[in-house]
Design a protein around this ligand. Sequence first.
Ligand SMILES: Nc1ncnc2c1ncn2[C@@H]1O[C@H](COP(=O)(O)OP(=O)(O)O)[C@@H](O)[C@H]1O
Ligand SMILES: [Mg+2]
Length: 511
Amino acid sequence: MSLDIQNLEFRSISKRFPGVLACDNVNLKLRKGEILALLGENGAGKTTLMNILYGLYQPDEGEILINGRQVSIDSPQKAGEMGIGMVHQHFMLVPNLTVKENVALCMYNDSFFELDHKAVNAKIREISERHTIKIDPDSYIWKLSVGEQQRVELIKSLSLGANLLILDEPTAVLTPQETEELINLLKEMAAGGCSIIFISHKLNEVKAVSNLIAVLRDGRLVYHGNTNDHSTDELATLMAGRSISLPVAKEKQPSDEIVLELQNVSAMSDRDTPALNKLNLSIHRGEILGLAGVSGNGQTELAEVINGLREVTEGKILLDNEEISNRSPQKIINKGMGYIPADRLHEGTVSSFSVKENIILKDYANPSFSKATFLLNKTISDYSEELVSKFNIKTPGIETTCASLSGGNIQKVILSREITRNPKVLVAVYPTRGLDLGAAEFVHSKLLEARDNDKAVLLVSEELEELMNLSDRIAVIYEGKILKIIPAKEAEKSELGLLMAGVHNEAQAIQ
Ligand SMILES: Nc1ncnc2c1ncn2[C@@H]1O[C@H](COP(=O)(O)OP(=O)(O)O)[C@@H](O)[C@H]1O
Ligand SMILES: [Mg+2]
C-alpha cells in the first residue's frame, strides 16, 4: 500500500560525481496536488535530483522527508512502495510486448506463474477511465506513437499506486498536440490529488502546466516560487545566469540558384504506408527553407530519401543538377550533403565512440586524416581539439565517449562535424529538440552562419518560433505533400497552424 503523500521535502541534498557537484545543497518543498516545474539548462542537475527521489541514487548529504518524516529511498521499488512514480526521458517499455503485458510486468502478481489477464485489464480500464487516458491494452508497444507510449508509462506508474509523479522532460519527444493533451491530463491528475514534478526547458509549457517553479543552475537552486511571479524571459535568464536572445535571420536577397531539388518524390514509411506523395521542393543557395508540420507527416522520410537512407519509389532528387536519388549515403555525402538527423544518439553519432572519433566519422578515409590505411592520430587530435574549442563543446576531453555527454553537447559534436565538412546542402532535422535555450541559441547562430556562407539549409522543425526566426521561406508538409510555401516575413502562426492541421483554402496542394 503506497503512502498518501501530503508533503515532500528535500533538505540540503548534495550529490557528487567524479569531477562535478551535480546537486549542491538543494532545499525544495512540494505539497499534495501541486505541479512543480523543475527548470535548468542541460547538466544543471535536474535528472540527478529526481533520480535521488526515485531511489536510483543516494545523496552524499541531506535528506528527504515525506509527510514530515525522514525516509530512506534506497531503490526504485522502495520509491514505488511509497507512492512515487517516474516517467523517464527514455521510455522503459518492451516493444514486442503489448500494453497489457508491459503493465503486468511491473505489477505485483498474485498468481505467480500465470498472468492474471482479467486483473490487469480491469486495472488498465479503471485508470484509463478515471483519467480519460485513451489506450488499447492489446496493442503492441512498437505500433504506438511516442505520445501513446508515454501514456503507457503513465498508466504503469498509476497502476502501482503512484500519487507523486516525476516526468523527466516528457514533452521533448511530443508533437504540439500531444503536449497539449499531456498538459491537460497532468492538470486533471493534480486536481484529483496527485502531486507532479515536471522537468522541461520549454518555458511556455512550464507556464501552462505548473503552479510552482524551481530553477537549478550548476546544481544549485537559484529560484523557488510561484510560476506567475516571473515572465518567460526572466525565467530564461534565471536558468542561464545571463540574458538570452535567440538570433533572427536578417533579410537578404534570395539567390536564383537552386542547389537541392525534389521532383515528384514518393517514398514509403517503415510501416509500408505512403510517406511521401509526389512531393516537390527546391532549396536555393544561401537560404534556410523551414519545413513545418506535425511530426509523422513525412518529415523524417524526406530527410532520409535526400540522404540516401530510404528508397525513392518515384521521382527524382537533384543536388547541383546531378541526380542523387537512390545513391549510396557515402556518394551523397561526397557530393556535398550535410545531415543533422533527428536521433542524435543513434543516427548522428556512434555513442560508444569518443568525441574525436565522432568528429572524423565521415572523413576517416580522407587523405588529410589517413595515410596508407593508417590514421594520422596527431592531425585528428589537433583537428578535434580545434572543433571542441570553436563549438564550445563541454566535454572532459576528446577521448570521452559521446554517450556520456549531455544532449546539447552531442548536438554540438554533430554540428561541428557537419558544418566544418563544408557541405553544399545541410539537412537539419529537429536540431534543437530537447536542448536548453543557451544551446538552442548556439545551434541557431550556427545554422544562420551556414546560410550566410551560401549553404542551402533544410530546417525541419515543429517549433514555429524557430522556423519563423530562422527561415527565409517556410514550407508546410502534410501527409507527404507540400501544402504551401510562404516567405517567412509574411508567415503568421495562426495560418501555419491551420496548414499543419491540413486546412488549406486552395483546393489543391502544390503539384
Ligand atoms: N552517472 C553519472 N556519472 C557521472 N556524472 C554524471 C552522472 N549523471 C550525471 N552526471 C553529471 O552531473 C551533472 C548533472 O547532470 P543531470 O542531472 O543529468 O543534469 P540535467 O538533467 O539537468 O540535464 C552533469 O554535469 C552530468 O554530466
Ligand atoms: Mg536530465
